[in-house]
Ligand binder design. Structure first.
Ligand code: ACO
Length: 162
């Protein structure tokens, strides 16, 4: 089992993983248009943290780091159906936090959570209350009707992974 963070860099293996992740998102997020998923996954401003087992993608999180603003926006998050509720989603989020803090220099995440995923995000430390100054994110992330805006502060020191 491994956790990787890749973007569209034309490395063959990365492209195969990104397509695998796209297929998981398309199935697990049926309200998201497939073209929109493909566009963001392949957009070079986005990165995807993935769980890989036996060279197959189990799930992942696609996000956009806004480095100047020190926050990231999580666009999509999913684990394949028969692997949910086994702890992969939590481990994935911990790897994302570690990477975002140590590589991108981020302090916060924002996401529009689907109603049915609010419980998962709360367990990952997200709140419905937004503490981040609006000027830091306003104009960077766009309003979206289909979810609830949630925030997570990344601890500056905590080791999130072992
Ligand atoms: N609602 C409430 N609690 C949940 C949910 C949920 N939908 N999913 C998991 N949990 C809980 C688990 O019970 C567990 O609680 P525990 O720590 O007390 O045991 C905890 O959250 C973590 O569970 P994991 O096993 O780590 O989570 P999992 O691997 O299942 O990943 C995820 C969670 C990503 C939400 C997965 O279930 C999934 O892919 N769901 C379908 C797609 C989806 O809804 N994605 C999020 C959409 S919003 C967005 O993408 C921005």
């Amino acid at each position: 089992l491994k956790f990787v963070c890749v973007s569209n860099d034309s490395v063959d293996e990365h492209m195969v993983w990104l397509i695998g992740l796209k297929n998981i998102f398309a199935r697990q997020l049926p309200n998201m248009p497939r073209e929109y998923i493909v566009r963001l996954i392949m957009d070079r401003n986005h990165k995807s943290v993935m769980v890989i087992r036996r060279n197959q993608v189990v799930g992942g999180i696609t996000y956009r780091p806004y480095v100047s603003q020190k926050f990231g926006e999580i666009a999509f998050c999913a684990i394949m159906a028969d692997e949910q509720v086994k702890g992969y989603g939590t481990r994935l989020m911990n790897h994302l936090k570690q990477h975002a803090r140590d590589v991108d220099g981020l302090t916060h995440f924002l996401t529009y959570a689907d109603n049915n995923a609010v419980g998962y995000f709360v367990k990952q430390g997200f709140t419905k209350e937004i503490f981040l100054d609006k000027e830091r994110w306003h104009g960077y992330i766009k309003d979206y009707d289909g979810g609830i805006l949630m925030e997570c502060k990344i601890d500056p020191k905590l080791p999130y992974t072992d």
